[in-house]
Ligand binder design. Structure first.
Ligand SMILES: Cc1cc2nc3c(=O)[nH]c(=O)nc-3n(C[C@H](O)[C@H](O)[C@H](O)COP(=O)(O)O)c2cc1C
Length: 196
């Protein structure tokens, strides 16, 4: 029998980014999306600021968001920098994505908690979601391109100046034939100083 720790650790090791290009058309149930979101809510926070916020796009709203994002990119990019492939990708990826979830860090009012701690918590919340999606057999991919970090996007999503859009989590149904290999530049031993 496989013990609980092995299941959790294997899920961490074997979770892989799976992009919309590696997905098929299909919709994840609301119940499963809520299970994934609930995992975000269990990320640790200093001072219970719980700064993670999400805007979930699915169905027609997902396609509208994808088009609005692409148009926002076009409107704010100089002609010589604009790439039609990037514009098209922003729109087309919605076809093989079940849900696009905007990830926002909501800056708390407690002056004792610096923003960097809240950003760490929101990142942990997103990792929880990725691990939950992986455990449920869904594809998950974080996108931080396009207009992610712009004021336009923050305002579009309805957030204030102190808040930050950190990315978009694309969730979908993976194509069984596509299995991305894991890749790390260096082993953990190279990233650790061990004293004592
Ligand atoms: C904060 C963050 C932002 C990311 N943004 C992008 C992105 O804009 N485009 C992209 O192709 N991958 C993006 N990724 C996904 C990485 O490419 C991916 O995590 C990396 O290749 C490692 O693969 P793995 O997740 O399968 O371990 C992002 C990941 C993180 C954590």
């Amino acid at each position: 029998m496989i013990d609980k720790a092995t299941v959790v650790i294997d899920n961490i090791h074997h979770r892989r980014t799976i992009k919309p290009e590696q997905c098929i058309t299909g919709t994840i149930s609301d119940a499963d999306i809520w299970r994934i979101l609930e995992c975000a809510n269990w990320a640790p926070t200093h001072g219970y600021t719980e700064p993670w916020r999400f805007v979930v796009f699915t169905g027609d709203a997902k396609h509208k968001f994808a088009k609005d994002h692409a148009d926002m990119y076009k409107a704010s990019t100089a002609e010589d920098k604009f790439k039609q492939v990037s514009y098209d990708k922003l729109i087309n990826r919605a076809q093989t994505t079940s849900h696009i979830i905007a990830i926002i860090n909501k800056r708390g009012a407690n002056p004792k908690i610096p923003e960097i701690e809240e950003l760490q918590s929101t990142a942990m919340a997103v990792q929880n979601m990725q691990l939950a999606a992986s455990a449920l057999g869904f594809a998950a991919y974080i996108h931080s391109g396009g207009m992610t970090f712009s004021d336009e996007m923050r305002q579009y999503l309805g957030f204030e100046e102190a808040d930050k859009v950190l990315g978009f989590l694309y969730l979908g149904i993976p194509n069984e034939d596509e299995k991305a290999p894991g890749r790390r530049i260096s082993k953990i031993e190279k990233k650790v100083v061990w004293k004592g």
